[in-house]
Design a protein around this ligand. Structure first.
Ligand SMILES: [Zn+2]
Ligand SMILES: [Zn+2]
Length: 308
């Protein structure tokens, strides 16, 4: 039984569950999870996409590389006082069949820059308190469209479990004078869960991983949101993200999510990207007790990610 670094979240690491008959269908086929949409019907492909309403275009309107548009099926919006917020879609490439891991590292870096530019724009709205950037890839991760895209979800309130986390991070700081995640980085960079490290970033599998093969990328500098990443940090993030996603898709053959939470105007936060492959469906134990069972030890997952 392991507890999260700061929150009251528990996970049972149970490698023997992998031996159960049909226990974990980790060879879940990623392709079958994708809805196959004909190119001419795809709303993110150039024939049907309206460039005029774009919030941001990288490249020219005729020959764009990345485009940000409003989500046309939003759960929150700026004209709804009860569900106040903004939802945007980042179309990562105009090419229908290219997935993130097939794009160049340079292109992934540009996608991260787009996240930073849109975060900066949304932060100007004083009423927005929380900005989540996420990607669903594959049916099990909740993706409804195959065309490579990610999403930005900004709301006027901080979700309760993040408020709880913010408060615990602040309490730790009052007690010790330090950021808990700066301490985690120091600790994990020496241990068996370290995957990749350079001058800018550390990638590691967290001690109490809730998901099979869960992995985090964190900047070593204490930065609270994506707009503060400098060029070298963006390059490192892109390189590591590209490599990890490639291994998840090609070797594990799993759907995945990645996301970073940003509580706006809270400098005590330490930025991270969490990548969560979706190898196991949560069952009765997880839903009933809130305690997660993970059959892949984070130390084994780290070993897998370290292999070339
Ligand atoms: Zn498309
Ligand atoms: Zn920190």
């Amino acid at each position: 039984m392991r507890k999260d670094y700061i929150q009251d979240k528990y996970v049972i690491i149970a490698p023997r569950r992998l031996d159960r008959p049909h226990g974990e269908d980790v060879n879940f086929d990623l392709q079958s999870a994708h809805q196959s949409v004909r190119l001419e019907d795809c709303v993110f492909c150039p024939p049907r996409l309206k460039v005029g309403g774009a919030l941001l275009v990288v490249g020219s309107k005729k020959d764009w590389q990345i485009m940000v548009v409003k989500n046309i099926y939003p759960a929150v919006s700026l004209d709804n006082r009860k569900a106040y917020g903004a939802q945007e879609v980042v179309i990562e490439t105009p090419k229908h069949h290219l997935q993130l891991e097939e794009l160049s590292v340079k292109h992934v870096e540009k996608i991260l820059e787009v996240y930073a530019r849109r975060t900066k724009a949304l932060m100007k709205n004083q009423k927005l308190e929380y900005i989540l950037i996420f990607k669903n890839n594959g049916g099990r991760a909740g993706a409804s469209l195959q065309h490579a895209h990610s999403q930005i979800f900004a709301t006027g309130f901080i979700p309760p479990h993040l408020l709880d986390k913010s408060q615990r991070v602040q309490a730790y700081k009052l007690r010790t004078g330090r950021c808990v995640y700066c301490d985690v980085i120091k600790e994990e960079s020496k241990g068996p869960r370290r995957v990749y490290e350079d001058h800018e970033v550390l990638a590691f599998t967290p001690y109490a991983s809730l998901y099979n093969y869960e992995i985090w990328i964190m900047p070593k500098r204490h930065l609270d949101n994506v707009t503060n990443l400098n060029e070298a940090e963006l390059q490192s993030f892109a390189r590591v993200l590209h490599r990890i996603v490639g291994k998840v898709v090609h070797e594990l053959k799993l759907s995945y999510n990645y996301y970073f939470h940003q509580v706006v105007h809270d400098e005590d936060q330490h930025l991270y990207i969490k990548i969560t492959p979706r190898g196991s469906a949560w069952a009765g134990v997880e839903i009933g007790s809130g305690i997660v069972v993970n059959p892949v030890a984070p130390e084994a997952a780290a070993k897998f990610y370290r292999t070339k």
